[in-house]
Design a protein around this ligand. Structure first.
Ligand SMILES: Cc1cc2nc3c(=O)[nH]c(=O)nc-3n(C[C@H](O)[C@H](O)[C@H](O)COP(=O)(O)O)c2cc1C
Length: 341
């Protein structure tokens, strides 16, 4: 059975330990309902929010974007921005809201993000990233980390990445998640930028040799816990998984506590589905919709008997007027029938 999650803020060493495995920040995907589900599946894995822009928080006053459930700990807030003063204020707000870590996005290539001069384009300006991070560190009592690429456009990653890590770590950042491919800022959609530029895991690994004191997580294209364990064995301090963790949360997260953290039993997707029922009921009682919760649960049985019927029941019925948490039990019955067949 999934153990109780962590309803208290985590200390720095606990967060660093949690960073052995993390679920990547993903816009529209890793919202608080998704993170609550992931936390039921793994007690220790570090979870990241979707990117929240510093201007939205500081100029737009959108502090509701910081809301999260206390059981999500350890949880990191990802910020986007490029103005040191604004990012410092956003980091202060995030830490005050109770996040365990503040992460700066230097990896996201979407048009919207480029237009605000933040995200992956900042790989071209490590001095500005260093300035932003120094300001954030000054303002934040919790650790400030960076998620980056190995380079952008026609940059030479072998030259750019060590220079980037040297300058940003000199500003005080000790932990990085490196998406091990370039971003091409012209001509590729954000989605293509997650698949088309080739992966180069060897370069971030060489960075571990150059900067042994830094905590480096590798990200990009990692699809199983076997692969995650292999990367840790090679010398990475952490592994960050995005799409596979979202689409197949049970595959990645049910065994994570035992295999990656050496602590705790495996979680059971059936029990986790049932634990989501009171959560969904609370969400509906406060004016939300069932589908806002269940859309993140569609992959819960992926790769297992019953996966298709589970997905079908939830995707066809959760958005109907009046749909309630009992739909989850109904879908589970169909899964259990399929498993017994
Ligand atoms: C739907 C989606 C949204 C994403 N949003 C963000 C984001 O807000 N911030 C960020 O740093 N990366 C974002 N990413 C990139 C992921 O964090 C990750 O770096 C990328 O998907 C590669 O990892 P993967 O191959 O394990 O998915 C997003 C990826 C996806 C699929």
């Amino acid at each position: 059975m999934a153990e109780q999650a962590n309803p208290i803020k985590q200390g720095k060493s606990e967060v660093i330990r949690a960073a052995r495995l993390s679920v990547a920040p993903m816009m529209d995907w890793t919202d608080r309902h998704c993170r609550y589900l992931h936390r039921r599946l793994s007690r220790h894995t570090l979870l990241y929010t979707e990117m929240v822009t510093a201007p939205a928080l500081v100029r737009g006053g959108a502090t509701h974007l910081l809301a999260f459930n206390a059981e999500e700990h350890p949880v990191a807030l990802q910020l986007g921005g490029s103005d040191p003063v604004e990012l410092a204020e956003a980091a202060r707000l995030g830490a005050a809201a109770g996040y365990d870590e503040i992460n700066l996005n230097v990896g996201c290539p979407s048009d919207r993000v480029q237009s605000g001069t933040f995200g992956a384009v900042l790989m071209k300006d490590p001095g500005l990233v260093a300035e932003c991070c120094a300001a954030m560190i000054e303002a934040s009592p919790v650790e400030v980390t960076v998620k980056c690429r190995i380079g952008v456009d026609d940059q030479d990653p072998d030259a750019v990445l060590p220079e980037f890590l040297a300058r940003v770590s000199a500003a005080g950042v000790q932990r990085f998640a490196i998406h091990a491919r370039k971003a091409w800022l012209q001509g590729l959609s954000p989605k293509q930028n997650r698949d088309v530029p080739p992966l180069d895991y060897a370069l971030p690994l060489r960075m571990k040799g150059l900067f042994p004191a830094l905590h480096l997580s590798v990200n990009g294209g990692i699809g199983s816990l076997d692969e995650a364990e292999a990367f840790l064995d090679q010398g990475f301090d952490g592994v960050m998984i995005g799409r596979s963790a979202y689409h197949s949360p049970a595959e990645i997260l049910t065994q994570a506590d035992r295999r990656i953290f050496g602590s705790g039993p495996d979680s059971d997707p059936v029990q986790v589905a049932r634990q989501m029922m009171p959560y969904a009921a609370d969400h509906i009682a406060s004016g939300g919709k069932l589908a806002q919760v269940t859309r993140h649960m569609l992959g819960l049985f992926s790769g297992r008997p019953g996966a298709r019927i589970w997905r079908r029941v939830l995707s066809e019925q959760a958005h109907l007027p009046g749909a309630g948490p009992e739909l989850i039990e109904q879908a589970l019955c169909a899964v259990l029938d399929a498993q017994a067949a």
